[in-house]
Design a protein around this ligand. Structure first.
Ligand SMILES: [Zn+2]
Length: 88
């Protein structure tokens, strides 16, 4: 029912990526150091892991990133707010 990907197109793109390598574009900025990437050709998603390497974006890593993003945004917002208050 849920056709999010097109297997046939991806297969050809994946073949292309196997030869020329993936063309990753940033799909989501999680923190300053952690980003999620998506291959422009085969739509494969990867993310920066805790070691700074690119790992395939698994549901587990996606969940970790969501949590990190949440913490990061809250902290960033709190920091910005406090700085703003100091200025004001
Ligand atoms: Zn690719």
């Amino acid at each position: 029912m849920n056709k999010a990907t097109t297997p046939n197109g991806n297969k050809l793109s994946a073949f292309f990526c196997n030869i020329f390598g993936h063309k990753y574009i940033v799909s989501k900025k999680v923190t300053h150091h952690i980003k999620e990437y998506k291959c422009a050709h085969c739509k494969m998603q990867v993310t920066t892991d805790v070691n700074g390497n690119l790992s395939k974006l698994t549901p587990e890593l996606q969940e970790i990133n969501d949590t990190l993003e949440d913490i990061f945004n809250k902290r960033h917002r709190a920091l910005t707010t406090s700085q703003h208050q100091k200025v004001a």
